[in-house]
Design a protein around this ligand. Structure first.
Ligand code: DON
Length: 304
């Protein structure tokens, strides 16, 4: 075992006993996740993947898809067109809050639910399948392997997704979304239901860390300016109403998801991903937050 793997293992064991939090309950399929799962993965500049814990456990990507779909929207439309539809400011509110600008109906940023639905609505394609295919193709290029969708989580999301539908209806009434509500939200539910492991997420994070170039496959996935724009938004908005505290303590652009994963990016150094299903009151994983915080401190990764 090399020193970094040893360090990862140490960090993992240190947070293992944290017992707080609960698995997300508003999506029935997510409530069934094994709450004790714990995994950590790091990918460095030469594409070496180091993972510890439940590294093969699959879970749905959930909100960690949002930065990558933002990247796709930026590739397809450019920065000005995307940020005409969605803001770039932290909302300071929970992930599922309305958080729309009073006059325009523009959501605060692309990483809260409203903003992510508006961003997904920008992706080209005639129907849900065509749009989802484009998104999954990009997620797969970031991950360096073909990803697919967990149909039962998707069905569970869709059957309990009234709040997201309501957000989409509101945004459509303002003209922020100009496709049908169904097309926007069903594509969004499918993107959230893509299955990943902590290793996939670390490779995805590392692709952002190295300016859009995947260090494992050697493929350029997006341009440097797209990667930088995505990381800028992650730095201020990635952890919902914990984003400020996170920047203070961890100092890295990051994104969490209700399945219990977190990706964090140390630019030009590492992509990091942690996974543990129990969540705190912000919808962020209790143990994943703790482990990335600890790692950032031990490896001196705070950007400031
Ligand atoms: O919109 C939802 O409810 C989910 N499919 C994704 C939300 C999510 O991951 C929020 N993260 N903490």
């Amino acid at each position: 075992m090399d020193t970094i793997t040893e360090l990862l293992r140490g960090a993992l064991e240190e947070v293992r006993s944290l017992g707080d939090g609960a698995t997300a309950s508003y999506i029935p399929e997510l409530a069934q996740a094994d709450p004790e799962r714990l995994a950590l993965s790091v990918v460095g500049p030469r594409g070496r993947v180091r993972s510890v814990g439940d590294e093969d456990a699959e879970f749905t990507i959930q909100s960690m898809s949002k930065p990558f779909v933002l990247a796709l929207a930026l590739v397809e439309h450019g920065r000005d067109a995307v940020f005409a539809k969605v803001g770039a400011e932290p909302s300071g509110e929970p992930f599922n809050a309305i958080s729309l600008e009073a006059d325009t109906g523009r959501p605060a940023n692309p990483l809260i639910n409203a903003g992510a639905i508006a961003t997904t609505a920008l992706i080209g394609g005639d129907d849900v399948d065509a749009r989802t295919a484009r998104i999954v193709e990009l997620l797969s290029a970031f991950a360096g392997r073909s990803l697919w969708i967990d149909e039962s989580v998707y069905a569970s999301e869709s059957s309990t997704g009234d709040r997201n539908r309501a957000l989409a209806h509101l945004m459509r009434s303002y003209g922020v979304i100009d496709v049908s509500v169904d097309l926007a939200v069903e594509t969004y539910f499918r993107q959230c239901s893509a299955l990943v492991t902590v290793r996939d997420l670390a490779v995805m994070a590392s692709t952002l860390a190295f300016g859009g170039w995947n260090p494992v496959t050697g493929e350029r996935v997006v341009g440097e300016s797209v990667a930088r724009d995505v990381l800028s938004i992650m730095a201020s908005c990635g952890m919902y109403d914990y984003s400020g505290q996170w920047m203070l303590r961890v100092g890295l652009p990051a994104k969490s998801g209700v399945s219990g994963g977190i990706i964090a990016v140390a630019p030009s150094q590492f992509g990091v991903a942690a996974f543990s299903p129990r969540l705190d009151e912000h919808g962020n994983s209790v143990r994943a937050v703790a482990i990335v915080e600890q790692l950032s401190e031990r490896l001196g990764m705070h950007l400031l």
